[in-house]
Design a protein around this ligand. Sequence first.
Ligand SMILES: Cc1cc2nc3c(=O)[nH]c(=O)nc-3n(C[C@H](O)[C@H](O)[C@H](O)COP(=O)(O)OP(=O)(O)OC[C@H]3O[C@@H](n4cnc5c(N)ncnc54)[C@H](O)[C@@H]3O)c2cc1C
Length: 348
Amino acid sequence: MTGGAILVVGGGVLGWAIAGELARAGRTVRVVAPEGDARTASVGSLAWLNASTATDPGYVRLRRAALAGWRDWAEAGAPVRFGGSLFWGSDASDTMAARLGALGCPVARLDRAGIAAVAPGLRHPPETGLFVSDEGCADPALILPWLRTRAEAAGAMHLRGQAAALGPGALRLDDGTTLDADHIVMAAGEGASALLATAGLDLRVAGKPGLLIRTTPGRPVSDAVFATPSYDFWQRDDGAFLIASSSATGTGDADDMIAAEATAHISKLFGQTDLRVAERIARTRPIPADGLPLLGRWPGRDDLSVAVTHSGLTLAPIVAACIAAPLIGRDMPHDIAHLRPDRALQGA
Ligand SMILES: Cc1cc2nc3c(=O)[nH]c(=O)nc-3n(C[C@H](O)[C@H](O)[C@H](O)COP(=O)(O)OP(=O)(O)OC[C@H]3O[C@@H](n4cnc5c(N)ncnc54)[C@H](O)[C@@H]3O)c2cc1C
């Protein structure tokens, strides 16, 4: 495949996944992102890979296509586990089971004994729950290095820097350097709005704070991801629990308290009183205004594509394949026409 350079703005899971797809097809790719990951949501993600938390049928199908992509990545050595998702509480309704079942998700109603079988470490398994068997999780500390190594092995290069302005087929960095490109892929997460605005392109993306808490290692309890009324969490192979909280404040003391409460809650659920907070990572989730991904070519601009979404961990394989397809002469693997970024323009 020939063609000039493609610049991918953003060194999160989407940026490196897209860069890998392009480089593996022979394109010259540069990933423009600052050194370090202080603003990278991907490192603070629970990295639960699921279709079951979505309600829009088209979105569930997109997420299921992404899960198929994760299975391909697993075969290529990605650090990922498919232990299923276990729901209890108000989320685990018959309506949810019927909706997911109709969309082809392998969902089963479990009684107390069934839940105890999936999660033998639970002290008081709830009376009923739902189990979606083909979902999983990726360790957020390992998946970004894996994607990056894979992309770099195929020839993608990291250009360290902060993009300050977007022009036609060009990017100006904050040190004044200008980079020309055949095409620019905007995968800058919650930083995308500000950068697009420098070219007069206004995109509605909200930033919502989130907190990822890692505990000290505990006794093994389950391979599943737990979606409970209080927290979503799963247990790593080393025994540490990863817990997501949406009540992050971005202030140290308050977030310390949230992390301690979450850890105490998991300790109680599993009767593991020695669990402690090992780490907490506060990051901002990029959330498009209507909750659906912003994906594809910017209308009227052949030189610009956008990939901004929540659930970017789940969606990474299908987003990468869809953004790369027109740039490497492949058929579009999934219909994303309804996700085009122009639906989120200011005033649209
Ligand atoms: C607590 C928490 C839990 C979550 N749980 C899940 C989950 O279970 N499952 C799931 O699928 N998703 C989850 N998410 C969401 C998921 O993490 C994000 O959707 C995903 O990380 C977005 O990836 P990204 O590559 O688009 O953005 P990011 O990972 O944020 O990367 C953006 C990159 O762009 C760079 N950048 C920004 N501006 C510029 C600029 N001007 N120039 C150069 N570079 C720039 C940043 O430095 C960064 O490298 C969670 C998020 C949080 C915070």
